[in-house]
Write a protein that binds this ligand. Structure first.
Ligand code: ADE
Length: 246
C-alpha cells in the first residue's frame, strides 16, 4: 500500500524538491509513497484570494485565516494524522517518525507569516510538530525533513535494512564513527580493532564509541546502559543489542 503524503502550502513548487532525488525520489517513482502538494491559495475565496489577515490585538506580521486553512484541510481529510509544522510544536524525534511511517501517511500544513489562527488548529485537532529550536521562514523545509525521515523507513526504501537499525537514535545512542580505505590516510590510521577481523571486538568498540560520543555531545540522552537489565529499560529504544554482538 502506498504511503500517502499531502502537503498544504503556499509554495507547492518547493515539492518534491530534494525528495525527488536519491532514495526518496526512487521510492516516489516506484509508488512506494505518493506526494500531493496542494496550493492553500486555491481554497481562498474572492477575487483577491487572500489567505492571511492582520492579527487581532495588533502586532507585527499576518495570520493565516482559519476558513481558508480549514477548507484546504477538509479537502484532503481522511484517516491520516494532520500535522501543523511550527516552532511551537512538540519536537519531532525518531519514535514519532517511526509511528508516522508505520501509518497510512500524513497531511502536512505549512505555515507562513506569523502562523495559523489558533481556532483551526483546535477545531481540526492538528498535531503540532517542530523540527528544532530555531525559526524557519515557513514550514516547508520542516515538511521536507519530516517526509525524508519517514520515507526512508518505508518497506523496501533502504537498501540495507541493517543500516537503519544501527544508526543514531535507533538504539538511543548516537552513531559510532565509520572508516573505509585507505587504512592509512595522510598519516591518520584507522583504529586497529576494525582491521582485526574480530567481530565481537569490533562490536564492543563500536558500542563503547557510541556511548562515549553520546555522553560528550548529548548528555540529555541516556547513554549509560551498563547497569540496565535489558535495553527495553531505555525510553524509546526498540532495538536490542546493548552488549557486544555475539
Ligand atoms: N516553521 C518555522 N520554524 C519551524 C520549525 N523549527 N519546525 C517546524 N516548523 C517550523
Amino acid at each position: 500500500m502506498t504511503w500517502r503524503a499531502t502537503v498544504l502550502t503556499l509554495f507547492p513548487a518547493m515539492f518534491p524538491g530534494p525528495l525527488g532525488h536519491s532514495l526518496a525520489g526512487r521510492a516516489l517513482a516506484q509508488g512506494v509513497w505518493s506526494l500531493a502538494a496542494e496550493d492553500i491559495r486555491a481554497y481562498a475565496p474572492g477575487r483577491h484570494r487572500s489567505v492571511d489577515d492582520a492579527p487581532f490585538g495588533g502586532g507585527a506580521g499576518m495570520v493565516m485565516r482559519p476558513d481558508v486553512v480549514d477548507a484546504a484541510l477538509a479537502a484532503c481529510a481522511d484517516d491520516r494524522p494532520a500535522i501543523y509544522l511550527t516552532p511551537r510544536g512538540a519536537r519531532l524525534d525518531q519514535p514519532t517518525v517511526r509511528r508516522l511511517a508505520a501509518g497510512s501517511g500524513v497531511v502536512l500544513l505549512c505555515g507562513r507569516y506569523e502562523g495559523v489562527d489558533q481556532r483551526v488548529i483546535e477545531a481540526r485537532g492538528l498535531l503540532e510538530l517542530s523540527i528544532g529550536d530555531y525559526v524557519l521562514s515557513g514550514g516547508e523545509p520542516a515538511a521536507l525533513v519530516l517526509l525524508d525521515a519517514c520515507v526512508r523507513l518505508l518497506p523496501g526504501v533502504m537498501g540495507a535494512a541493517a543500516s537503519a537499525e544501527d544508526e543514531s537514535f535507533a538504539a538511543g545512542l548516537l552513531e559510532y564513527p565509520h572508516y573505509t580505505r585507505p587504512a592509512d590516510w595522510c598519516g591518520r590510521r584507522v583504529p586497529e580493532v576494525l582491521l582485526s577481523g574480530h567481530h565481537a571486538a569490533v562490536a564492543a568498540w563500536r558500542e563503547a564509541e557510541a556511548v562515549r560520543i553520546t555522553r560528550a555531545r548529548r548528555p540529555d540522552l541516556p547513554a549509560d546502559r551498563s547497569g540496565d537489565p535489558a535495553p527495553a529499560a531505555l525510553p524509546g529504544a526498540t532495538v536490542a543489542g546493548s552488549g557486544p554482538a555475539p
